[in-house]
Write a protein that binds this ligand. Structure first.
Ligand code: NAD
Length: 429
């Protein structure tokens, strides 16, 4: 099929590439001229395992192209996916101006042929209805259906997630859109769930909020483990072995961050409020998440006493492992807090340094993990990069002024680190 993706970021670029990989012809649109030129030149603006090879392969096969022109994409494609940002506003509600703007632009370019406009961005319930109204307002005779098709990919494994999805959710307001949407997704061999528009939109916010809830739940249990001398990992393993609970998302740490969970949770709280429901449970999830960072910083202060002029080495800036994305990264929040208290921070991340630099200009970013330890009063692990597990930790200890190691992601083995001579602190263990 001929498909267009408007917005070529973490979601749009990976989705478009995977659609091309299964045989569709895909035009990816972006209004960032620099991004489109660099994609046309074969440079991939984000790090996502396996993506670069797939982009190159599908561009060479003539199935994937990049443009700044929504008009060209609308003219050539039966199905047009919207994958633009839906950032939070100061009050927690969603800024829908990108989605609305794209809907209007699509309307301008419709010529009377049937088109399906798909919301892939994460949007509040009832947005699909609004998108349809908007297109009809600017092109009253438009022959369109609007579909909600939320995306569940995880950054860091986005290609694998897209190629092997757990399920595909397709929310429709008319049966006419069902067959073409099934045709888009049949090559992925995943269960396809057809729902109404509003339910599909809610599935996304309800899912992300539930995953955030699991993280805050285990973090709250980790606090009880610390107070009682129990071990959160054993507790999580014991809980997770129960199929009704599951082990995923029961990893204690310094809390969730990233471009999705914090904004989707606050959006869901706001949406619920607007619909007359006070989602107190999710407000508590947010508070616990905030507490996790504060509890971690408190542990550092308790050990180091005064932070001013202390040299702190930081391993990890991305919001999770295997990505270069530093948006709403807890690691960045922690580094900012340390800098604000006068600490001198040296940091390293395998992929996230370029994007982090602008957010923490006072921190010194170094080229290797080992360098953060030079003369350090403490080293912190803030992102769960598996590479950090196999560092030469004895060598790192020798470079440090004092052997304080704070593991905010429970990445390292406590006994091993203590046997190397570290004063090792983690979360709930
Ligand atoms: P992103 O910022 O990485 O990408 C968005 C892209 O849209 C950017 O390249 C931007 O230049 C482009 N854009 C903005 N306005 C445009 C316009 N008018 N015309 C054309 N292009 C335009 O964002 P993202 O992380 O890909 O997220 C996109 C949406 O998908 C959001 O709603 C997000 O919540 C949702 N989502 C994200 C993830 C994730 O892991 N990143 C997962 C599932 C869903």
């Amino acid at each position: 099929m001929n498909l267009a993706i408007v917005g070529s970021g973490y979601v749009g670029l990976v989705t478009g590439t995977c659609f091309a990989e299964v045989g569709h012809r895909v035009i990816c649109v972006d209004n960032d001229l620099k991004k489109v030129h660099s994609l046309q030149d074969g440079h991939i603006p984000i790090y996502e395992p396996g993506l670069e090879e797939l982009v190159k392969k599908n561009v060479a096969a003539g199935r994937l192209s990049f443009t700044t022109s929504i008009g060209d994409a609308v003219a050539a494609s039966t199905v047009i996916f919207i994958a633009v940002p839906t950032p939070p506003q100061p009050d927690g509600s969603v800024d829908l101006s990108f989605v609305e703007g794209v809907a209007r632009e699509i309307a301008v370019h419709l010529t009377g042929e049937y088109r399906i406009v798909v919301d892939k961005s994460t949007v509040p319930v009832k947005t699909g209805e609004r998108v349809a109204q908007t297109i009809k307002r600017y092109k009253p005779d438009a022959d369109i259906d609007v579909v909600s098709n939320p995306e569940f990919l995880r950054e860091g494994s986005a290609v694998a997630d897209l190629m092997n999805p757990d399920r595909i959710v397709i929310g429709v307001s008319s049966d006419r859109a069902i067959e073409p949407m099934k045709e888009v997704y049949t090559p992925f061999n995943a269960p396809i769930m057809i729902t109404d528009l509003n339910s599909a939109e809610l599935i996304k916010h309800a899912s992300n909020s539930f995953l955030a809830l699991k993280i805050s739940y285990i973090n709250a249990v980790a606090a009880i483990c610390e107070a009682s001398g129990a071990n959160i990992e054993l507790v999580a393993d014991g809980m997770g072995a129960d199929k009704r609970i599951g082990r995923a998302f029961l990893n204690a740490g310094i809390g969730y961050g990233g471009s999705c969970f914090p904004k989707d949770l606050s959006a869901f709280i706001r949406i619920s409020e607007e619909l007359g429901y006070n989602f107190r449970l999710l407000k508590e999830v947010e508070e616990i998440n905030q507490d996790q960072k504060d509890r971690f910083l408190k542990k550092i202060r308790e050990s180091l006493w005064v932070l001013r002029h202390k040299k702190i080495g930081v391993l990890g800036l991305a919001f999770k492992g295997n990505t270069d994305d530093v948006r709403s990264s807890v690691a960045i929040t922690v580094v900012k807090a340390l800098l604000a208290e006068g600490a001198e921070v040296k940091a390293y991340d395998p992929k996230g340094m370029e994007k982090a630099q602008a957010l923490i200009p006072e921190a010194k970013l170094v080229a290797t993990a080992e360098e953060v330890a030079d003369g350090a009063d403490a080293v912190l692990v803030l992102t769960e990069w598996t590479d950090f597990k196999s560092l030469d930790w004895l060598g790192i200890k020798k470079r440090m002024l004092s052997p304080l190691l704070f593991d905010g992601r429970n990445l390292l083995n406590p006994e091993e680190m203590r046997s190397l001579g570290f004063t090792y602190t983690s979360v709930g263990r």
